[in-house]
Write a protein that binds this ligand. Sequence first.
Ligand SMILES: *Cc1c(COP(=O)(O)O)cnc(C)c1O
Length: 576
Amino acid sequence: MILKTRHRLDTIEDVEEFYAAIKREHLTRSLSEDRPYTYWTIELYDQANGIRGGGGLGILAADTRRVAEQMNVPLTLVTPFYPSELHQKFENGRSFDVSKPVLYEDFGFELIDTVNIKCNKDLVELSVVEKEFGSTRILAITEPNFGELYSGDSCGDHRLYQEVALGFGGYQALKLVGLKPAIMQLNEVATFFAALARLDELASNGMDFYEAVVYTRKHTLYTNHTLVQAAEASFSYDQFERYVFPNLRSKAVKKWLSDKFENGRIRLSSVTIEIAELRSGVSKLHARVANYHDLSGEKVKFKAVTNGVDIPYWVLPNIVKYYKTAGILDKFCLPTEDYEEKVELIEASTVRDLKAQGRAFMNQVLARRPDQNGEILNFGPDEIVFDFKRRFVDYKRPWLPFTDTVKLKRILQNHNAHYILTGRVHQGDTRMMARLNEVLDKIKGDDYLSTHVHYIADYDEELARALSVGSNVSINIPIVGLEACGTSWEKDVGNMCLLVSTHDGGVADAASDSYLNVSGSNEADEIESLYERMEEAASAWENDFDLEFWQKRQLSRYLPTVSGTRMLRDYLDYLF
Ligand SMILES: *Cc1c(COP(=O)(O)O)cnc(C)c1O
C-alpha cells in the first residue's frame, strides 16, 4: 500500500471557491506567480525531497508548502539544502550518530545558477537549486561545505554563516528566478537576514531609509516558536563585522543594525521584532505566554495561528476518505459547517476497521525498522499499541512512563499491550543521552519489558506517520508551559489514536476534557495520573462505548486545529 499525497485542487472553480471561503477575493491580486508568498526557514523536514529536519519547525514548513500547493496558493519556500545529514544508529544497546552525504541532484532539484556572499573577507559562492510543485517551489541554497542542520554552537561562526547564507543568498536567489516577495514569513529568527537583505536592497536603491523600514516591516511576518527570549542565541559585534556588515550596501542600514547591539552583543529575536510588524505564535497558549520585549522594553503581542498538519499527507488515505464521505471534512480538508453533528455518528466498528488498515501499513514500515533487540515487529489488528514518538529533549519527558516500571508493566500485562518508543537525542546533549540509556537499561533488565517495550532508532517522518496511522494510544507529556504547539498529537487525533497528554501547546487550544488529560500539581502526581490515563485508554479500546466517546470528543474538539488548510487560511487572513 502506498500513501497517496497529491490532492491538488484541479479546477479554477475549486480555487475560486477556496479564496471565496476565506473571503479574500483580492488575494488573487495580492499574490501571483511572480509575486508569491515567500516562506523562509533554516529547517525543512521533507525527506521525499532530500531534506531532513530536526523536528516540528521543519515539519511545519513542509506542511505549509504542501497545503499551499493543494490550494493553488503561489508560495516559494526558501531554505538551505544541507549536503549531509545525521542518522542515529543503534548497536550493542547504545546509540550514536553517523553522517550521510545527500545530493540535491538525486531529489530532482535543478541547478539555476550561483550567487555570492561575503564572509570573513572571502567571497563564498552558493549554488541556487530549485524544484517546482504546482503553484509552489522550493528554492534552496547550498555549497559543498555548508555542513549539517544545527551543526556546532548556536552562537558560533558556522551557524551565523549558514543563517547569513540563507538570508542574503536566498534573497539573491529570489531575484535570480525573477520573483518579488509579496510577503516574507520568517519561520523563527534564524531567517532574520532575509528581511535584512530586503531592507538593504530598498534602502540602497534610492528609497528613503525610514520608508524602506516601514515597507519591510509591513510585509514581514515573524513566526515565533520559542517561549523565552533569554534562551535565544546572540552574536558579537566582531562576528557581525566578519559575516553580516560586508553584505550590506546601505550605510543607513549598517548604522541601524549597529545601534541594535547591547553590551557588544545582538539578539536576533530583538532585531526580528524590529523588522517585522506582523508577529505570530504557534498556538493560543503560546501566543499568550511567549515573553518577548522589543528594544524599548514593550511587551510584544503575538497573533495566535495554531499549527495545523497537512491532513492528506499524515492521515491514512482511507480515514481521509471516510471523513469526506461522512461530511466531516470538505474537499479542502476543512471541517464542514456541521462536522460536529457528523462526528457524533461515528461508530466503533468503523474506527476499528480503519485502524486495522492503519495497522497493516504500520507493520509494513516496521518490517524495515527493527527494535533494540533486532526484532522485526508485527502487530495483529486487536493488539493494543502505545507510542511515544518525539525528539528526546528534557521538557518532553520521554522517561516519565518508566519511572515506575512495575506499574507500566501491569498496564501492559493487563491489556497484552506493547509500547513503542522512538526519538533522537540532539547531538551533544549528553544529559539526555544518559537518560535514554537509563531507560534502555531498565527495559533490558526486565524480561517482560524487553519483549513489550520497543525502542526504534533514527526517528523520522516515516516512523512518525506509520505510528500515527497504526498505533492506538499516543503519549504526549511535555512539562506544562514548555511546548509551543507540537504537531505529532494532531497527526494522532486525525488518525483516530487516543491521546494521553498534558494540557500544553496546541492541545490547550481546547478544554482539558477533550482527551485523556494527564495533570497534577507536581511530577509525582502527574506520573500517577499518566498511569491512570494509560489504563483508561487501553480499556477504551476494549469497549465500544468508551471508544466512541473519546473519538467523538477528540475529533469534535480538534479537527479545526488539526486542519492545515485552516492554518493556511488563518495566515492568509492575517496577512492580507
Ligand atoms: C510531526 C513530527 C514532529 C513534530 O513533533 P512534536 O514533538 O509534536 O512537535 C517532529 N519530528 C517528526 C519526524 C515529525 O513527523
